[in-house]
Design a protein around this ligand. Sequence first.
Ligand SMILES: [Zn+2]
Length: 202
Amino acid sequence: MDTPRLFKKMVKRLIPARRKYRTNTTTNYSMLGGLATPFNPTPSFIYGFKGPNESVEEIIKSDENLLRELKVTHEELAALIDEVFATDDDVFCGCPLIRWTNIHSPICPFGDFCTKSIFDYQPQVTEIWLCDPDHWEEIQAWYHSFTTNGYPINDLKRFVDLKWVIVFSDLHPHLIRAHHFFEGHETPYRVDPRLLARMLPR
Ligand SMILES: [Zn+2]
């Protein structure tokens, strides 16, 4: 076999291999965009992201419309959450804060970011609950009752739905900036853009 023919044969072999690689990459990316398991919470909902029947694309699209309606940007809301994590005060915008350390997975479900190295064992505030001052007494009584009995994820969802508590994770600023993702409506880790927008200085 002369050199040009050999080369042609090699090229032929290379092209299908490349095509196959590209197809696989695309498939994996689209799975990460909506179907991959990391987006779905555990049965106890402790890791957030979204409920099993919610679509990531639809959540993002409807929140983008909501932000246009509210006339706020993803950057403004992400920066506000950064501020909550940066403050040393026990109160933010008049709302008491409850801080948690090392409570959740720091890995972005889109697979492009991690808030904390898995080799870093230093305690770090990874979650902050911003509490409605009008219900602070009830929240505190509830908090003291469960700190001995484990993390009350179902109660937390109820309190979030009542708008007594907003749960901030240290992953939220990245999820909002990079992916416009505020998490699904079925998890207590969804940050309601309407509530965030009310806290912006205007
Ligand atoms: Zn990401």
